[in-house]
Design a protein around this ligand. Structure first.
Ligand code: SAH
Length: 578
């Protein structure tokens, strides 16, 4: 819940607006502002104060306890110009809240936490449990001092700055990534250390009906401790379908703060395990529950099946623990047609989420300034598409967070399909849609894609000309609006006139044709002409050519394809009037 505190009429209006747009907010009005703030401080995880920053500093000073538990505090000025993350930037979520409040009220979010401001990822923002001296290690990170990275595997982390190295000198502050309780020893002789707990462990659990939660949880904790593993690295509990609603398992999962995942018995029966037995086969249809459920998603068995040992009665729970290798992450990121404000916020975020960026050099240049310092860049020239796509997949398979970039949308005549054709199930894939050249051109020309349309690439490098020609003919017959990609290059001149000729067999010479060059880039230009009037020599490889269908019209200098018969009639009437 977010507590809102306001002192003036304008502040209260802003608070009401914010509550309407966010929900889950309470406006505290306890008589005095300080009483309101004290009460909200007790009751809320986050506060938004419609007060001057200085006033809030004075009011919260006596209430401060611990960076980890204090609420996140955001201040908004009287004019709603700024939303300032004042306190609890990471732990209290104030940085994110400032962004949310900013978006809701049209205010500029102001974030001063060093790690966010300089492009170094905050150690406590990875979504992993952190232990140890976060502040000291973060300071060393930011000051550019050598920091040792001791990771048990390659994890899909965002780029870390160049001062973070596996071979930093002994005594350097350390970032340790491990599910092992003795992990700080992985960085011998180091000074301050932060231990990050990756979510690497799957705990398979079996239970008889009515097994008490304490028995399950006690067994899980004993198994983890016995193997020297951190409970904060538990990713999920896993069991068989028939036990998905077993209260003791659900309660144990809740206590660990993870999900209970259930697999069908047939799936578990197919998993090879070291300790199968008759009892579960008869009861639920698989010779192993704990081991098979832990192993069902792959990984290494660290703790083979163990039973609970309650006093004075038979065991009701079994457990087994598996470590799964980290899953690399491949983001397929469309950068849009060129202009920075046509790059989506999500694409920006993925670029900063990656430690490796793979792409054509000209696209890398387009976004280089957005990358975190330390981002590895794998750029190649034109013509190496397949190799580029496969190298991105290969890096993700090694566990890295990779962004494979392309102009427009990465899935349209671009790298996403060769990459996914070569990718297996062991990596996570995230697609970020981009504004395609066809859409950007369409906006520039008017509304040429208002009815059914198709894109056709005229490049016969990857596709035989006969296939392209068959598709152009089909589009001509089906009266589709056509956007031609890769329309004409220095070495490829005859395809565009040929394709236009095929369309002309079904369309009037006066059919509108839009030509859009370098859309949203500094050398952008566009023209509206006709099938008969198009000068193909103006068309190059940074151009798309949009050919209207039989209903497309030029209206007031814009290319418009009516949505259907009735719209067409309206369009014609307005043309008659003109
Ligand atoms: N993935 C891209 C297409 C890549 S194919 C997309 O979704 O848009 C390359 C072709 O796209 C070029 O030959 C050209 O026809 C077109 N193109 C790309 N960017 C363009 C731009 N800014 N303006 C006009 N055409 C563009």
């Amino acid at each position: 819940m977010i507590g809102l505190i306001a002192a003036t009429a304008a502040g209260r209006r802003a608070a009401v607006d914010l509550a309407e747009s966010l929900g889950d907010c309470v406006l505290y009005e306890e008589g005095s502002v300080s009483a309101s703030l004290e009460r909200a401080w007790e009751e809320c995880a986050q506060l938004v104060c419609f007060l001057a920053a200085g006033a809030v500093v004075r009011l919260v000073a006596p209430l401060l306890e611990d960076k980890r538990d204090d609420p996140g505090v955001v201040c908004v000025d009287e004019g709603r110009r700024f939303a300032v993350a004042l306190l609890g930037g990471h732990g209290g979520g104030a940085n994110a809240l400032a962004a949310t409040v900013g978006a809701a009220l049209g205010a500029v979010p102001v974030v001063t936490t060093a790690t966010d401001a300089t492009g170094v990822p905050g150690l406590d923002t990875l979504g992993w449990h952190t232990e140890g001296e976060v502040a000291a290690v973060s300071r060393a990170l930011l000051d550019g001092e050598p920091v040792r990275l001791a990771a048990d595997a390659v994890h899909p982390l965002p780029a870390l700055p160049a001062n973070v190295r596996a071979d930093a000198p002994a005594g350097a502050p350390a970032i340790v990534i491990s599910d092992r309780l003795d992990a700080p020893a992985a960085a011998p002789g180091s000074g301050a250390a932060v231990v990050l707990r990756p979510r690497s462990l799957v705990v398979g659990v079996g239970a008889s009906r009515g097994a008490p939660a304490e028995e399950v949880l006690g067994l899980v904790e004993a198994a983890l401790a016995g193997a020297g593993l951190s409970r904060h690295s538990v990713n999920c509990l896993a069991t068989v379908d028939a036990k998905a609603e077993e209260p003791g398992l659900l309660e144990a999962a809740r206590a660990l703060g993870v999900e209970l995942v259930a697999y069908p018995a047939e799936r578990l029966a197919a998993v090879a395990v070291p300790n199968p037995s008759e009892a579960p086969l008869a009861a639920v249809g698989t010779p192993s529950v704990a081991e098979a459920a832990a192993l069902a998603g792959g990984g290494e068995l660290l703790v083979p099946k163990r039973k609970s040992a309650p006093e004075g009665r038979a065991a009701m729970a079994t457990v087994a623990i598996v470590r799964r290798p980290p899953r690399g992450r491949l983001a397929l990121v469309g950068l849009g047609p060129g202009a920075r404000d046509l790059l989506t916020p999500r694409a920006r975020e993925e670029l900063r989420r990656a430690s490796v960026v793979v792409g054509l050099d000209q696209y890398v240049d387009q976004i280089r300034d957005l990358l975190r310092p330390g981002t590895r860049i794998e750029q190649t020239g034109l013509g190496a598409e397949e190799a580029r796509a496969l190298s991105a997949v290969h890096l993700a398979e090694q566990g890295h967070a990779v962004a494979l970039i392309g102009s427009g949308d990465a899935g349209v005549y671009a790298m996403a399909s060769p990459a996914l054709a070569g990718a297996g199930p062991e990596i996570d894939v995230v697609g970020v849609p981009g504004v395609t050249a066809a859409l950007a051109a369409s906006s520039l020309l008017g509304a040429p894609l208002g009815h059914d349309h198709v894109s056709i690439s005229l490049s016969d490098l990857h596709t035989p000309w006969e296939v392209i020609e068959r598709r152009v003919r089909a589009a001509a017959e089906a009266d589709l609006v056509v956007t031609f990609y890769n329309p004409r290059s220095r070495g490829r001149g005859w395809q565009l006139p040929k394709a236009l000729g095929l369309l002309a067999e079904h369309r009037e010479p006066s059919t509108p044709v839009g030509v859009a060059h370098a859309v949203s880039r500094p050398d952008e230009w566009h023209t509206l002409t006709t099938l008969a009037g198009l000068d193909v020599t103006t068309v190059d490889m940074t151009t798309v050519v949009v050919v209207g269908n039989t209903a497309t019209r030029e209206i007031a200098g814009r290319m418009v394809t009516p949505r259907g018969y009735r719209w067409q009639a309206v369009g014609e009437r307005s043309e008659e009037k003109a």
